[in-house]
Design a protein around this ligand. Structure first.
Ligand code: GLP
Length: 241
């Protein structure tokens, strides 16, 4: 496990984008595992800049997102489908047919979960997985629990996550209560993992992930057992290390 510290969130984004860019240059048909939330936005801005500048070509890149809310229309402005279009896909030359975000409105949720894991395997697995972290140590929407769940699954969001995501909705009652998320096994199968954290509100989650027990109560703690994981942190999020 490597940990790199930076002065600012912008530098964390530049470092992450540099690693993703190197991956795409080395393997133009790379499979990216992508994340939402405010943390990866500077990374996406830098990737857009590199693409517009002619340095990066996404035409053969494929991507799978980590998660999506359940029971939120895909065109809702807070859906992760909308987020990815607004923050990245609409600004780079990726083929929309090569991007997949889990369907949180699937009638048959079990079938959607199984088909999502199968599609990742058929694409050859994820080359580089981008992760943020929840204040409670969640990755994707794998919330604190008694077990690690292997595959894509439906999650009941915890009160802490509902409160953290409340800022994006008009009221707390509008925040979806369920999500579909890649499982810990699928995340751990990625060949390389980049976990990004910025801001003091992530300091306790980072401390628990780095120094705490490897335990599903802090889902990110399992990343320490991955052979190729890099934490990119700003000083505030690393404040308790
Ligand atoms: C959501 C997402 C996570 C993300 C987390 C943190 O819960 N499902 O993938 O890491 O939020 O978001 P932020 O980066 O906005 O703090």
């Amino acid at each position: 496990m490597q940990i790199h510290l930076y002065d600012s969130a912008a530098q964390v984004g530049q470092a992450a984008a540099t690693l993703i860019a190197a991956q795409i240059i080395a393997k133009p048909d790379s499979v990216l595992g992508l994340a939402t939330g405010s943390t990866p936005i500077p990374t996406y801005q830098e990737l857009i800049r590199l693409c517009k500048g002619g340095v990066l070509d996404f035409s053969r890149v494929r991507s799978f997102n980590l998660d999506e809310y359940c029971n939120l229309p895909v065109d809702h402005e807070q859906s992760y489908h909308s987020f990815m279009r607004q923050q990245l896909f609409d600004h780079i030359n990726i083929d929309p047919a090569n991007t997949r975000v889990p369907d949180g409105n699937a009638r048959d949720q079990a079938a959607e979960c199984a088909s999502y894991d199968t599609a990742i395997n058929q694409a050859g697995g994820i080359d580089i997985q981008l992760l943020g972290i929840g204040r409670n140590g969640h990755i994707g929407f794998n919330e604190p629990a008694d077990t690690f769940v292997y595959g894509c699954h439906i999650v009941n969001l915890t009160q802490s996550t509902i409160e953290a995501n409340r800022r994006f909705f008009e009221s707390e009652s509008d925040v979806p209560r369920q999500a579909i998320s890649l499982g810990i096994g699928s995340i751990m199968n990625a060949r390389r993992i980049l976990l990004l954290a910025t801001g003091a509100d992530k300091a306790e989650a980072i401390r628990a992930a780095v120094y705490g027990d490897i335990n599903p109560k802090t889902q990110a703690s399992i990343l320490r057992t991955h052979p190729n994981v890099i934490f990119l942190l700003d000083k505030a999020s690393a404040g308790l290390l």
